[in-house]
Design a protein around this ligand. Structure first.
Ligand code: FES
Ligand code: FES
Length: 157
């Protein structure tokens, strides 16, 4: 019998209580314990960025973060990005406008990363956007459109 620990996570402004093993990653807690499947697992080794979420406003890889590590901190996922009335966040809207995704699997991570990239002030030129978005891989090769979407959203911010 594996021991589980009661853990409280602040996800998108809501306190969620779960019981998890100490080894459970934030990524698995989101997807398997909390039913928030927007955050994706592309590698589980910190190499693809599909699992990017925010902790206290900073982008982090949820596959390399233990859920127990982030108890008491503010976690934001793609599901919490749109407004309460359903209006898309400007970065989400820019991704749609610029066709910045195809299969959509890397997209939640790209968008969470882009929101943080803009907030970090690292979206002032195309080359800077490419550099600071390079932790998010896209097999569909949507990079040109992603850069256009991030630039558009950054200019509007
Ligand atoms: S699943 Fe976390 S970086 Fe790939
Ligand atoms: S849209 Fe398919 S991997 Fe990026």
């Amino acid at each position: 019998m594996v021991e589980t620990l009661p853990t409280k996570l602040d996800i998108n402004g809501e306190m969620r209580a779960i019981s998890i093993e100490p080894r459970t990653t934030l990524l698995d807690a989101l997807r398997e314990n909390l039913g928030l499947t927007g955050t994706k697992k592309g590698c589980d080794q910190g190499q693809c960025g599909a699992c990017t979420v925010h902790v206290d406003g900073q982008r982090v890889l949820a596959c390399l973060t233990l859920a127990a590590q982030v108890e008491g901190r503010q976690i934001a996922t793609i599901e919490g990005l749109s407004a309460a009335d359903g209006d898309l966040h400007p970065v989400q809207a820019a991704f749609v406008k610029h066709d910045a995704f195809q299969c959509g699997y890397c997209t939640p991570g790209q968008i969470m990363s882009a929101v943080a990239c803009i907030r970090e002030g690292r979206a002032t030129s195309d080359s800077e956007i490419r550099e600071y978005m390079s932790g998010n891989l896209c097999r569909c090769g949507a990079y040109n459109s992603i850069v256009a979407a991030v630039r558009d959203a950054a200019e509007a911010a």
